[in-house]
Design a protein around this ligand. Sequence first.
Ligand SMILES: C[S@@+](CC[C@H](N)C(=O)[O-])C[C@H]1O[C@@H](n2cnc3c(N)ncnc32)[C@H](O)[C@@H]1O
Length: 214
Amino acid sequence: MGVLFSSGVLYFITVWDQRMPDNISNNVHRNDRLSFIQEVLRHPLQIGSIIPSSRFLERRIVETAKVGSADMVIELGPGTGGTTRAILDAMPAHARLLSIEINPHFQSLVDNIEDDRLISHLGSACDLKDIISGYALDEPNAIISGIPFSTMSRSIGTRIIEAVSESLAGHGRFVAYQLSNRVSDLCEPFLGNGDAATEFLNIPPMHIFHWEKR
Ligand SMILES: C[S@@+](CC[C@H](N)C(=O)[O-])C[C@H]1O[C@@H](n2cnc3c(N)ncnc32)[C@H](O)[C@@H]1O
């Protein structure tokens, strides 16, 4: 069953690569994709997606989060680091990025990214406030999350969203790319109603929700 699933996913990746020009498709290395699939088979609910985000989705995420004008950015769930590289590419030279990843294998991949602006932390988004204060960082202008709110308990999801809401700087943005709209329900009591869009050039198509802290 697992072999069939991985073969199907690899087929999709191959088709995806062939349909896109090299400069569009090669943002995540093939080894990273294989690592991603291996970890999905081990922890499907915790990862919540079948392959890393496409470059199209990465671009939508950094634009929606206004990363280009941020001083401090936090990423929850960087996975193999494709989204992390996209954020770093878009960030100003003086800005900082804290990435928080619960999976030790993924965190070690992100830790290999050579960029002085990046802090790669192994831990859970549940401990967001303690992690920020542990590094003595400023309030983030943007928090970007790929962690799957639809597969975690409501109490854990609420705890994470409450911490996101309390941590953000004024007018800071929370951007969550998700398969389901569960994150909207969780956010409403803390950040009100957000906006949503869909990126179809991703396998599978992904919703991008965002809120701005008032
Ligand atoms: C859908 S993947 C996104 C990966 C990558 N950012 C991308 O777009 O390709 C979700 C990631 O969130 C991580 N994750 C899940 N729960 C988490 C938590 N509570 N704290 C931190 N990371 C978590 C998973 O290990 C996985 O790497």
